[in-house]
Design a protein around this ligand. Structure first.
Ligand SMILES: C[S@@+](CC[C@H](N)C(=O)[O-])C[C@H]1O[C@@H](n2cnc3c(N)ncnc32)[C@H](O)[C@@H]1O
Length: 600
């Protein structure tokens, strides 16, 4: 995932800001139910106020459901077909097990490519009829001046993808590729040459941004009644550039920003002025609930306490609510994002098997769902899975929900044996130790502060109740430990795991994690799932990932990925590269998210 540049740029400058979350429900103007979060931006605290805007549910103009357009580049059909061909070929020459798994994956991938292609080439007209149309451009009026996008057409012709293609087709990588996937198979099979590094545009190229963090500046330094300018920092400056017609924003975001600008003008909200450090409203964050078009609005204020924001905050909220009543697109209810208080308010609408609450954290949830799909399909059924750098655990959880179900061919997938998730910072230090539960009936109620447990609980139970496919009776064991990846590894969390999923931040794997993965397998080390069983061995001789056969590396930083791949492939650990796929998760930007599958 990428941090939105505007916040990253400004974050280090924050000093006096404190973060509080604020809960409001319909009918209440302001509740002072505030919660100070431990989390910090840069070196300062900040005030964080969340509330929901609801675009009129009955009007699809606001949800973007009808007006949404899906785009594809010219030649998408050919690319789809060739990807299908290549996937079919990949299953050749493998052992029985491999070919079964390969065939299953091929079928699923074909269906997925077909769905994606259909989705991208379909525009729903306002009358509800479907017409086919290909779009190859984001066609945004702000392109050029706005720092958000670097390309408007030929979305995948960006530097980082070119580098990734070159890297993965290089000799040094290809000699470690699993033979039937090698790029030089042309020589053996007289097949047309294709890129080893496949590139997929997993969502629409417009309206994909479901989360936006925007800077706020006064429109005029002389008059408060001129209101706020809301947008991105212009290149190489801290001047805020308004982008009201941004084409990559979900339409709900643009509508909400327009309303906030109007409201700040009306109630003369003091807006933060960088030169003097005075004023209140500094940033806003908008997160769209895709299924309804509702917006969760977070106001970041230049204040340490809520009362410092008054009376301006109440005026602003009242005005927003007044506009809501008039336009039927305002506040419905408020939530504290991702804390236990949120859960009763969230609708259990599942997107690709994941409850809707999780998508709030992703810039392009639809696109990330496609990555989750590749990850879960690369996991053999019956596996024991460990996920590191888990964040909210979307990848592992999505695998958990996918496996163990009745498949289209009528066979019951054996499911996963267990899943161990290792995020670092989810609960802001509230969770102590391991919280473990087995299925939905044996849930620990020990610590009501553990929001992650509630969330996971909700996810697992919703997966079991709201799907008409039958599930396996043997619920896999799921554990969730808050720890950094290296210490989780040394606690023995990956012992016994067949599959390791890693989705590290941009800087890549931590050195100790990489070192362990580069160690040769020790055939003399007994198979154990718990570090206590190895207490008789000197710690430095233990291979903490000894049983891992599949490594699924999801990367948001190509440079670090290339560095880590080099080390993995040149080590004696026996890694071979099965596939490398680039997802253009943020169309328009020079960014690619890669999924690399290693086996040994
Ligand atoms: C790219 S995100 C992964 C998102 C994840 N796939 C999800 O579903 O939310 C990387 C995550 O790793 C976490 N992280 C950063 N450094 C870490 C470390 N040393 N150990 C464990 N997790 C870390 C970050 O906080 C972030 O949540």
């Amino acid at each position: 995932m990428v941090d939105y540049p505007v916040i990253r740029d400004g974050a280090h400058k924050m000093s006096k800001l404190s973060k509080l979350t604020w809960l409001i429900t319909r009918g209440l103007s302001v509740s002072t139910s505030c919660e100070k979060e431990d989390k910090e931006i840069g070196n300062g605290r900040y005030l964080h106020l969340s509330s929901w805007y609801d675009n009129d549910d009955n009007d699809d103009r606001y949800t973007g459901r009808r007006s949404r357009t899906f785009a594809s580049r010219a030649g998408g059909g050919e690319r789809t077909a060739s990807a299908e061909r290549s996937r079919t070929r990949r299953t050749r020459g493998t052992s029985n097990n491999d070919s079964e798994r390969g065939a299953r994956r091929t079928e699923q991938q074909q269906q997925r490519q077909k769905n994606l292609y259909e989705k991208r080439t379909t525009v729903q007209s306002s009358g509800g009829e479907q017409s086919s149309q290909s779009l190859s451009s984001i066609d945004c009026p702000h392109f050029g001046t706005c720092p958000g996008c670097v390309v408007s057409t030929n979305i995948q012709d960006i530097d980082v993808i070119e580098s990734a293609k070159l890297y993965f087709s290089s000799q040094s990588v290809q000699k470690h590729a699993i033979p039937h996937n090698r790029k030089d198979r042309k020589r053996y099979f007289h097949e047309e040459e294709e890129e080893f590094y496949k590139v997929i545009i997993p969502s629409s190229i417009t309206s994909w941004r479901s989360q936006a963090k925007l800077a706020v500046a006064p429109t005029s330094t002389w008059s408060r009644s001129s209101g706020a300018t809301i947008g991105l920092y212009a290149r190489h400056s801290h001047d805020v550039l308004s982008i009201p017609e941004c084409k990559v924003h979900h339409p709900s975001i643009n509508r909400a920003v327009e309303m906030i600008v109007e409201a700040t003008k009306k109630v003369r909200t003091p807006v933060y002025l960088e030169d003097t450090g005075e004023g209140l409203l500094r940033y806003i964050q908008l997160q769209v609930e895709l299924s309804t078009g509702k917006i969760c609005l977070t106001l970041v204020m230049n204040a340490e306490k809520l009362k410092e924001c008054q009376p301006h905050l109440s005026f602003l909220v009242k005005e927003l609510k007044r506009m809501d009543d008039k336009r039927r697109c305002g506040i419905r209810y408020g939530v504290i994002a991702m804390t236990p208080a949120v859960i009763p308010y969230l609708q259990e609408i599942r997107l690709g098997g994941i409850p809707s609450m999780v998508h709030l954290l992703f810039g392009n949830f639809e696109g990330f769902s496609e990555i989750a799909r590749e990850v879960r399909e690369a996991i053999p059924e019956g596996s024991k899975v460990c996920e590191m750098y888990a964040g909210v655990g979307l990848l592992g959880l999505s695998s958990l929900l996918y496996h163990g179900k009745l498949k289209a061919d009528g066979k019951l997938d054996r499911g996963l044996k267990w899943l161990r998730c290792r995020p670092k910072n989810f609960d802001s230090g509230k969770t102590r130790g391991d919280k473990q539960w087995r299925g939905k009936n044996q849930q620990s109620r020990r610590n009501r502060d553990t929001s992650m447990k509630d969330l996971m609980d909700k996810m697992v139970s919703s997966s079991n109740t709201s799907d008409d496919m039958s599930t396996s009776k043997d619920q896999p064991s799921v554990t969730y430990t808050v720890a950094n990846a290296a210490s989780a590894l040394y606690q023995g969390q990956a012992l016994g795991a067949d599959v390791l999923i890693v989705d590290p931040p941009r800087k890549g794997l931590e050195e100790p994690v990489l070192q362990q993965l580069c160690q040769p397998r020790n055939s003399k080390q007994p198979y154990v799932e718990n570090a206590n069983m190895l207490s008789h061995l000197p710690r430095h001789t233990i291979n903490w990932v000894n049983d891992v056969r599949t490594l699924i590396y999801v990367s948001c930083g190509f440079d670090a990925l290339a560095r880590d791949c080099d080390q993995l492939l040149t080590s004696n650990a026996g890694w071979k590269i099965e596939s490398a796929t680039g997802y253009v998760l943020f169309p328009g930007s020079n960014h690619v998210e890669s999924v690399v599958v290693f086996r040994r």
